[in-house]
Write a protein of this length. Structure first.
Length: 483
């Protein structure tokens, strides 16, 4: 399907799902965005989007809890993510839009669902921008201690706000090179690790299965340890959704989505599951360096790689900066899409030079406010923000699955030619994914450390849903009065 034909398709194809006026506005808004992302940008965003700071650093605590079974935890959560991305790819290839799953939720369930999923995701991305800025500033402050951390955060915010204000191709170029460095680093790590496992790396002996079956066995802390690792791994995958947002501004939206989704399986298998397998095969899971230094640094130190700590610090810094850039982009496009459909303040929808610049500024400012709150009110307001975003990605995935369950039938009946990507074994695997998400919610409720996140995220979701539902009823009443 060409870019022109993809853009001309209106969600009004399914009038029962939502407002035809809002749907038409969304198409107009997407059309006014520049299509400055080339296929190489989109391909690298898809590849690099799966590699975040959570993989490089956060996986250390998961290994400490689950032991070698962390490989199983990442494989299970990775399978869930593959299903989610396949469902999202099916809908995004049929209806490319900068609003992505928010538009699909509105079309399938109603405006209140698009409102809830979209603004929840916007909130998640803005808070994440602040968190990533804090992390990046901490690394650079260690190199240049004379400059305070808040100054580094301000600099990063200015740089990425500026690049996102200028043109979408600037975002694409930054992400292209950021992703290239991350992919290069993880690929090199995997090559070195496999050579060490085989005993082919100079100065090392093949460890065999000693670290996988020793030190308490493959699942040393039983099912509870596996559950902790599973929960940690689920949230490490957040961010993959951005590629379907970016696809709407690419030269060939449909082809871009198709290619990104079809490569998701091997990306997850190699980058996440593969690297976790290398770490636990080479190091005892009980090594204290894994949670303190991070699994990658600890592994490279173990293999005697010189300067491993600083090398990985650079890679983690790049991962954090890449995430900041991508999240400002994703937040601004989601906000712009919501406003274009009448689901937010009109001022945020202003597009200048093909860029929703007010939305970019608002998203960046909100992120910087989160940073300031981490200094001013770390124990209450900032902690509240952290808890609130804890399970938002699961809420988004739930809306994706519920929307696909309904839209697939509609597409098969009304426009089967748009099904260029199909969810496997529909509807059975869609239901499997929904059951998997429900299981994760239950596991979060069982664990004391994640239960509070579930409460706060649930509260935010209910508030947004209530506001969205009220707005929908008002809109329907006005439409009925006009008729």
């Amino acid at each position: 399907m060409s870019r022109t034909s993809a853009q001309s398709e209106s969600p009004a194809d399914s009038p029962a799902a939502g407002s035809p006026t809002a749907d038409a506005t969304e198409v107009t808004a997407d059309s006014s965005l520049t299509h400055g992302l080339k296929q190489r940008h989109l391909s690298m965003i898809a590849l690099g989007g799966v590699i975040g700071a959570g993989l490089f650093v956060g996986s250390g605590t998961a290994i400490a809890a689950a032991g070698p079974s962390i490989v199983l935890a990442y494989a299970i959560s990775g399978a869930l993510v593959m299903l989610v991305m396949r469902m999202l790819g099916e809908m995004s290839a049929a209806y490319p839009s900068s609003g992505s799953f928010s538009v699909h939720s509105e079309r399938a369930i109603g405006p209140w669902a698009g409102f809830t999923a979209g603004w929840a995701f916007w909130f998640l991305l803005c808070v994440a921008v602040g968190l990533e800025g804090i992390g990046a500033a901490g690394i650079v402050h260690g190199w240049v201690p004379g400059v305070p951390e808040w100054a580094w955060v301000a600099l990063f915010m200015l740089v990425f706000c500026g690049t996102n204000l200028a043109a979408v191709k600037n975002f694409g170029e930054f992400e292209f090179w950021f992703a290239a460095l991350k992919i290069g680093a993880i690929a090199l790590f995997l090559v070195i690790g496999v050579l060490a496992i085989l005993g082919l790396l100079p100065g090392t002996d093949a460890p065999g299965t000693a670290n996988l079956t020793g030190h308490g066995g493959f699942m040393p802390n039983g099912s509870e340890g596996l559950i902790v690792g599973l929960l940690a791994s689920v949230f490490a995958y957040g961010g993959l959704e951005t590629v379907t947002i970016a696809a709407a501004e690419s030269e060939h939206p449909v082809q871009g989505v198709v290619k990104a989704v079809r490569t998701a399986m091997w990306r997850i298998a190699i980058f996440y599951v593969g690297s976790m397998a290398v770490v636990v095969a080479l190091l005892p899971w009980t090594a204290k360096e894994i949670p303190t230094k991070g699994p990658y640094v600890a592994t490279l130190y173990h293999l005697g790689i010189p300067g491993a700590g600083q090398i990985m610090n650079v890679v983690v810094l790049v991962a954090l900066l890449s995430a900041m850039n991508a999240n400002i982009y994703g937040a601004s496009r989601m906000a712009g899409s919501l406003v274009s459909r009448g689901l937010g303040p009109k001022v945020l929808g202003a597009i200048s030079g093909g860029v929703p610049r007010v939305a970019v500024l608002t998203s960046s400012v909100f992120g910087f406010v989160c940073v300031l709150l981490s200094y001013w009110r770390p124990d209450d307001i900032f902690q509240w923000l952290l808890n609130t975003i804890g399970a938002i990605i699961l809420v988004v995935w739930f809306f994706i699955a519920a929307s696909q369950l309904r839209l697939r039938r509609r597409l098969e009946r009304e426009a089967p030619e748009k099904l260029v990507v199909k969810m496997w074994a529909y509807p059975y695997l869609t239901w499997v994914a929904l059951v998997g998400m429900a299981a994760v919610f239950v596991l979060m409720a069982r664990e004391e450390g994640t239960r509070v996140q579930l409460y706060y995220t649930g509260g935010l979701t209910l508030v947004l849903a209530a506001i969205g539902f009220a707005r929908q009823k008002v809109s329907e009443s006005r439409a009925a009065a006009q008729n």
